[in-house]
Design a protein around this ligand. Structure first.
Ligand SMILES: *Cc1c(COP(=O)(O)O)cnc(C)c1O
Length: 464
């Protein structure tokens, strides 16, 4: 019988102003999953990182993706969930392909864009949704509220579609999403309802926050599915293990380099955990777009968030203060709070030995898309191009010549205008996007008004 893993808050050592108290206890995975964040607004971290046995990793070679998911998930969750049910969760979550494409020599692209919303966020959202369904109180439906400015909402909505015992309400600002995004959100269907708000993204976020704080809604069992939930980090360790097992000489302990285009750092954090589970990751490359707070910190030792964040082509990475930076700092002995204030410096030399970060401009992003396509016939979109450019930068500086994998986090068809402009071709739509036109569904229309939203939630959710 293994000991289960407990989770602590990244803010446990802070002196919080305003009467807040640091959270010094630990919680179970189930509690971390259902709470989302710690009561002191810190992020939950596992106290112990389970170890991967090389023979188990070697056995994944040639096996389908759910096998890797099963290995990693049971290492973290053994003792807390029924393993038979966990097995079903990973098989149900990962019913799409995960291609590894050779670019040149031992350099590969891992395509994480074959899920229902054609972004890597599907990997985390689909597993988290099923874990929540499995671990919720059986006698009460769970109600997930999400405010979205675009892609996260549809990934979360699709992930929860048809998942038993859970209803999802997605709020989006009517005039701030593209017509394709609107269609994606409005037509998910089943237990997922879109609410189109005549207001801004901030209004949507406020309506959700108000609802969580509203005692008269306590009975509705509201919860969030936001990106800082540890339930979204755990699934993101899996594809590193999977890719390594497929490509490396595992028994010989061959090293690998991963390049992860980074915004809120959740994806790269998955790689850091995979490394700490025992994967021989020689270097974690974390390129950012022009939101360069992290590479500047590594170069200067001074952390300054970028505020407001810069609008770049790789728009899902337009983040001026990454929410998961607190977890990276914690893993390297430091503390930073949600406002970007550093309370204790991490070991920067150690970070620099293990993490290579560089800022990639929009100009370089475009040139990389063009060059990689013309030289190797490999199609990248802006996020994946930032990843590839970061890898090139590392290879130039290190002279490393071994196994490398760069992550492609979205499907090129999500960026038709850029691809056509740069390459003169139209990227083919993946099946999930081809079906979109035929889908039907209507949003609920609401003004940005907390009282009306409360009434709406009561009427919709009480019935279910
Ligand atoms: C969210 C997202 C990213 C950034 O991932 P983080 O985990 O926030 O660093 C990169 N690419 C795409 C396409 C995304 O949707």
């Amino acid at each position: 019988m293994s000991m289960t893993i407990r989770y602590y808050s990244t803010n446990r050592n802070l002196n919080l102003g305003g009467g807040g108290k640091p959270f010094r206890e630990t919680v179970s995975f189930r509690e971390a999953l259902l709470m989302g964040q710690a009561p002191d607004e810190g992020l939950f971290m596992p106290e112990r990182i389970p170890e991967l046995v090389p023979a188990d990793v070697a056995a994944l070679k040639g096996m389908p993706y759910p096998e890797a998911a099963w290995l990693v998930a049971r290492k973290f969750l053994a003792g807390e969930v029924e393993l038979d049910r966990l097995r079903l969760v990973v098989e149900d979550a990962y019913n799409f392909s995960v291609p590894l494409e050779r670019v040149v020599g031992e350099n590969y692209v891992l395509r994480l864009d074959q899920g229902p919303t054609a972004s890597f966020k599907d990997f985390a959202a689909r597993m988290m949704a099923r874990l929540m369904s499995m671990l919720r109180s059986p006698d009460k439906r769970l109600n997930v509220l999400v405010a979205t400015s675009g892609d996260t909402g549809s990934a979360v909505g699709e992930a929860f579609k048809g998942v038993p015992g859970i209803d999802v309400t997605i709020l989006y600002p009517r005039d701030e999403v593209s017509s394709r995004q609107r269609k994606q959100l409005d037509t998910i269907g089943q237990n997922v309802q879109a609410v189109s708000v005549s207001g801004k993204f901030d209004d949507c976020q406020n309506m959700v926050k108000q609802a969580f704080a509203d005692p008269s809604l306590a009975e509705l069992n509201l919860t969030s599915a936001n990106s800082i939930n540890f339930g979204r980090i755990l699934p993101q360790t899996i594809y590193y293990v999977y890719a390594y097992a497929q490509l490396a000489r595992v028994e010989a302990g061959e090293e690998i380099v991963f390049s992860v285009p980074s915004g809120n750092f959740g994806n790269a954090l998955g790689c850091e955990y995979a490394r700490r589970m025992g994967l021989p990751v020689r270097m974690l490359v974390m390129p950012t777009n022009e939101n360069d707070e992290f590479p500047r910190f590594l170069a200067t030792g001074i952390y300054e968030k970028v505020s407001p964040s810069r609008a770049c082509l790789s728009n899902a990475m337009n983040v001026g203060h990454p929410s998961n930076l607190a977890r990276f700092f914690d893993l390297y002995g430091g503390t930073v709070d949600r406002n970007g204030m550093v309370h204790r410096d991490p070991d920067r030399d150690e970070i620099r030995r293990r993490i290579h970060s560089v800022s990639v401009t929009d100009g370089e992003t475009k040139r990389t898309i063009k060059r990689v396509y013309e030289t190797y016939g490999v199609l990248l979109e802006p996020h994946g191009a930032v990843g590839w450019r970061g890898l090139e930068d590392y290879l130039d500086k290190s002279r490393y010549g071994g196994l490398c994998v760069s992550l492609e986090t979205a499907h090129p068809a999500k960026f038709p205008a850029e691809i056509t402009e740069l390459l003169g071709i139209e990227p083919e739509l993946p099946p999930s996007m081809r079906e979109l036109d035929a889908r039907i569904g209507e949003p609920v229309l609401l003004p940005a008004d907390n009282d009306l939203f409360r009434t709406y939630l009561w009427e919709r959710l009480q019935r279910s």
